[in-house]
Write a protein that binds this ligand. Structure first.
Ligand code: NAP
Length: 234
């Protein structure tokens, strides 16, 4: 990854939770940031605080929004963080009762959107020797009851990351599991009381920033077990 001049990262879902915390981490490390989420007000406040560019909009079902987002980078994307995601139906239901009408939304935001953004950014990522972070979950591998829609979409994202890593030798592609975090998404899934037992997203964000800067081999990484390889870049 080019470290001689200031690098540019595009982060989705950057107005709250892990996306906001990772934006803070990267801003502190000198990255230029381009941030997106649906809600303009909250996103604009984060962008102003971090001196970042931003573009509000729904990433799902809107190719033009995604194209405008990547175009903001004017051909210089060093890092794409696919972080925005949805659980789908709430409360989540067992597969036997799942509402399949909701599944296209889950697979759109959690699988197709990350790949489309990667397609748009790849010419620049290849040129810069850049990286893609796809935020995954332990629900991709654990058979948690009621987590079937979300979990299977994250499993698809994991495999998409593996294949992309093999196909794009000039770009690092990681699927990173941040572990449980006290955020709106976890509260939506398990309730505020249980969610509050989880660590703040700033902890996972610091680990993910360290992964990005140390550039380990591509693949699936559980952030909490990450140890920087010897001789890694600071
Ligand atoms: N929290 C956990 O315990 C946990 C555990 C494992 C993995 N993860 C993963 O970590 C990532 C971040 O989750 P989080 O817990 O930080 O979530 P969060 O606090 O709910 O934040 C989600 C962010 O995504 C944005 N967003 C949602 N839908 C969007 C859409 N259609 N288009 C654009 N932006 C959208 C939200 O803003 P708007 O609502 O304004 O759009 C917000 O900025 C996700 O990939 C999640 O699957 C979370």
């Amino acid at each position: 990854m080019n470290t001689n001049e200031s690098r540019t990262a595009v982060i989705t879902g950057a107005s709250a939770g892990l996306g906001e915390a990772l934006a803070e981490q990267l801003a502190g490390r000198g990255w230029n940031l381009i941030l997106t989420a649906r809600g303009e007000e909250r996103l604009a406040k984060v962008a102003e605080r971090l001196d970042a560019r931003h573009l509000a909009g729904n990433l799902a079902w809107d190719r033009a929004h995604r194209e405008r987002l990547i175009a903001l980078a004017e051909g210089r994307v060093d890092l794409l963080v696919n972080n925005a995601s949805t659980l789908g139906e709430l409360p989540m239901r067992r597969l036997a009762e799942a509402d399949l009408e909701v599944w296209p939304e889950v697979y759109e935001l959690n699988v197709r959107v990350p790949l489309h953004l990667a397609q748009l950014a790849l010419p620049s990522l290849r040129e810069q020797g850049g990286a893609i972070v796809n935020i995954t979950s332990d629900a991709a591998t654990g058979p948690y009851e009621t987590w079937g829609a979300y979990g299977s979409s994250k499993a698809a994202l994991d495999q998409l990351s593996n294949v992309l890593a093999a196909e794009e030798p000039d770009v690092r592609v990681w699927a990173i599991d941040p572990g449980e975090m006290h955020t709106r998404m976890l509260a939506d899934a398990v309730g505020e009381e249980e969610s509050a037992q989880a660590p703040p997203p700033s902890e996972a964000a610091a680990l993910i920033a360290a992964i990005i800067e140390s550039r380990p081999a591509g693949g699936r990484i559980e952030a909490r077990y990450f140890e920087p390889p010897r001789g890694a870049q600071e």
